[in-house]
Design a binder for this molecule. Structure first.
Ligand code: BYC
Length: 324
């Protein structure tokens, strides 16, 4: 029998706490509390679902983009979003959640996706507004996630953020072109900003006082900033960009506060936010119907890919013929 006192060996919880305290990464092989695992699966799944549902509002404009070049750029952006979904589902798989299971939960309405994708894209300027505001909000939220305590999620975010930053610039450039165009084009850009501003602020989640997960997620190093802190960062970053575009932020209370060094702004309508989260937004039904149909119609692709992979694996396990 070993003469080492069992109490000297660090218990798994202590090892985990020490890694978190040292701001190190937790890897899939490491022990982790069940609540840490379920929080990560919840957040990463919601994030992955947002990426693939997020393909729909812009995807609707691929055939209507105003030039071949705009069409090619938009197609590449929407494909990037599918890729982001893929990295994120893979990160969730390292926590033992299969992609099939997560998609099933999304389709059954048991997991969420971002509220922002339940609003319609009524004009070409909306594609610009999504790039500028929605991807801008996404970057603000996601850059700190590159330092998330869970290694596979943090590493996925590094690549995603590089691509999001390109997406944000293409959205800004679409609006820059429109605001430098005819009065009708400028009005179209202003109308898009008027409709997307508050839903973009709501992307960061409820106010800190109503955020159920923030405190624990920040203690675990999953989230690095609170919802309200990130919302403020986004407003401070975006207001000067609107000035460059010559567009007006649709908030009469918006003002620069010299003392705090931040803009003061009006909160989104939180009742509307919760209604959208609960499925009563303008496009919730349309988005989910389309998603379920796309999944069913794509079944043959998944079956063919699985059969092909099995064939290749069988061929690889055959002894190779010796070459004379
Ligand atoms: N929409 O305790 P809280 C993209 C839920 S993809 C819907 O603060 P947490 C892009 C929340 O889930 C954008 N639900 O939560 C893609 C919780 O409900 P449950 C997606 C929301 O997790 C394509 C409850 O409200 N980005 O940018 O600490 C094209 C209480 O909230 C929302 C991510 O997913 C919402 N907006 O903080 C273009 C980033 N907000 O789960 C662009 C990763 C909150 O208890 N996620 N809820 O039923 C996060 O950073 C965090 O999960 C959040 C929320 C900041 C979003």
């Amino acid at each position: 029998m070993s003469d080492v006192d069992a109490t000297e060996a660090p218990a798994p919880q202590q090892e985990f706490d020490a890694l978190i305290d040292a701001d190190s990464r937790i890897e899939p092989r490491d022990w982790m509390p069940e609540a840490y695992r379920t929080t990560l699966v919840r957040q990463i799944a919601q994030h992955a679902h947002s990426e693939i549902i997020g393909m729909q509002p812009e995807g609707e404009w691929i055939t209507r983009a105003p030039s071949l070049q705009r069409k090619a750029i938009l197609m590449a952006k929407v494909q990037d979003e599918a890729g982001h979904g893929l990295y994120l589902y893979s990160a969730a798989e390292t926590l033992g959640a299969s992609r099939d299971e997560l998609l099933h939960l999304l389709h059954a309405g048991k997991q969420k996706y971002s509220s922002i994708f339940n609003y319609p894209t009524l004009s070409w300027a909306d594609v610009g507004a999504i790039g500028w505001l929605v991807d801008g909000a996404a970057i603000t939220n996601q850059v700190p996630l590159c330092r998330c305590s869970y290694g596979p999620y943090a590493r996925a975010m590094v690549r995603i953020c590089k691509e999001e930053s390109f997406h944000q610039r293409q959205g800004f450039e679409i609006l820059h072109t429109l605001t430098g165009g005819t009065p009708e084009q400028k009005a179209m850009a202003q109308d898009a900003l008027d409709r997307w501003w508050y839903p973009s602020l709501a992307m960061f989640g409820p106010p800190d006082s109503d955020s159920t997960h923030s405190e624990q997620s920040m203690r675990w190093g999953i989230k690095r900033f609170s919802n309200d802190e990130l919302r403020q960062k986004f407003v401070d970053m975006t207001v000067p960009q609107a000035e460059v575009l010559g567009l007006r932020i649709p908030d009469p209370a918006l003002r620069w506060d010299e003392d705090s060094g931040h803009y003061r702004f009006s909160e989104p309508d939180w009742e509307e936010f919760w209604a959208v989260v609960k499925g009563r937004g303008p496009c919730n039904e349309q988005r989910m119907t389309h998603r379920r149909r796309a999944h069913d119609e794509g079944a043959w692709v998944r079956e063919a890919a699985t059969a092909y992979a099995a064939k290749r694996a069988a061929a690889a396990s055959q002894p190779t013929a010796s070459v004379a």
